[in-house]
Design a protein around this ligand. Structure first.
Ligand SMILES: [Ca+2]
Ligand SMILES: [Ca+2]
Ligand SMILES: [Ca+2]
Length: 268
């Protein structure tokens, strides 16, 4: 299990890293119920289906009744999977512009609360054409690009339900979020009652590899508070747990680019 995986270098400072969220053992897992009308996206593990047609808020209300939200499109892979799976008609997605935002591009947010990182607007959109175009569809453009429409328009909608994986070794729940900055992902984790993943033992590290793979980088909850001695002073878990395990790649932490204060797994 210690075999070195293929390193994926060159992540670049502009690119957000996917994060592993861990949640408390007392949270009830939604898994287990036989749900036949949902489709699982193997890349995210989450469940998706089409509801509506209806106004944007009416579709979000349908989603909430199912423990879901209108879909959050986190990256190009998810965008393409949705189009391949559900087709090319215009669907409401969970992207919206809160009242008072600067038009036409200000304030766009995911109703799930996930970090806003990836967008795929059609050329010239969002344009707030007419009045109050504050809600987004996918598949407006020929390649699936997004448009802002008034929320009173009627479209079908794609909804997305998060699926947590249970680590039988500790009873904790985990899922992938992002991409986003470390802080964005940690803030989102807190809204779910958790934190970025804490790795306390080699067993927990191995389970994360088995569950989420070694070929993508994931932020974990390890960080270096400001004012710490570089490069290895002060490293702490955002959960507040004691530091009982470290799995730095040789030569890390290096602070090589300056201000390297947040850790991800699967560097090597
Ligand atoms: Ca998503
Ligand atoms: Ca608008
Ligand atoms: Ca528009």
């Amino acid at each position: 299990m210690y075999g070195k995986s293929k390193a994926v270098r060159g992540i670049g400072g502009r690119i957000g890293v996917i994060a592993l969220l861990a949640c408390c053992a007392w949270m009830v897992s939604a898994a287990g119920a036989a749900v036949t009308d949902w489709t699982t996206n193997p890349a995210t593990g989450n469940l998706y289906k089409v509801v509506g047609p209806g106004a944007w808020q009416a579709c979000e209300d349908l989603a909430k009744a199912e423990g879901a939200h209108l879909v959050t499109i986190n990256n190009w892979e998810e965008q393409q999977w949705l189009r391949t799976t559900f087709g090319t008609e215009q669907f409401w997605i969970g992207f919206y512009q809160p009242a008072g935002s600067t038009e036409p591009g200000g304030g766009w947010s995911w109703i799930s609360g996930e970090p806003t990182f990836y967008t795929y607007w059609n050329g010239g959109e969002p344009n707030n054409s007419g009045t109050a175009e504050n809600y987004a569809v996918m598949n407006y453009g020929a390649a699936g690009e997004w448009n802002d429409w008034p929320g009173t328009n009627s479209f079908k909608a794609i909804i997305e339900k998060p699926v947590w994986q249970v680590n039988p070794g500790n009873g904790h729940l985990y899922r992938v979020v992002g991409p986003g900055t470390w802080q964005q992902c940690e803030d989102y984790a807190k809204t779910e009652g958790g934190h970025l993943a804490t790795i306390r033992t080699d067993k927990e590290q191995f389970w994360l590899w088995a569950a989420f793979g070694r070929d993508r980088r994931y932020y974990i909850g390890f960080y270096q508070p400001s004012g710490s001695t570089e490069p290895d002073g002060g490293w702490s878990w955002s959960s507040g747990d004691a530091v009982t395990y470290k799995n730095w790649s040789p030569g890390e932490p290096s602070n090589s680019g300056g201000a390297e204060n947040w850790a991800f797994m699967n560097w090597d």
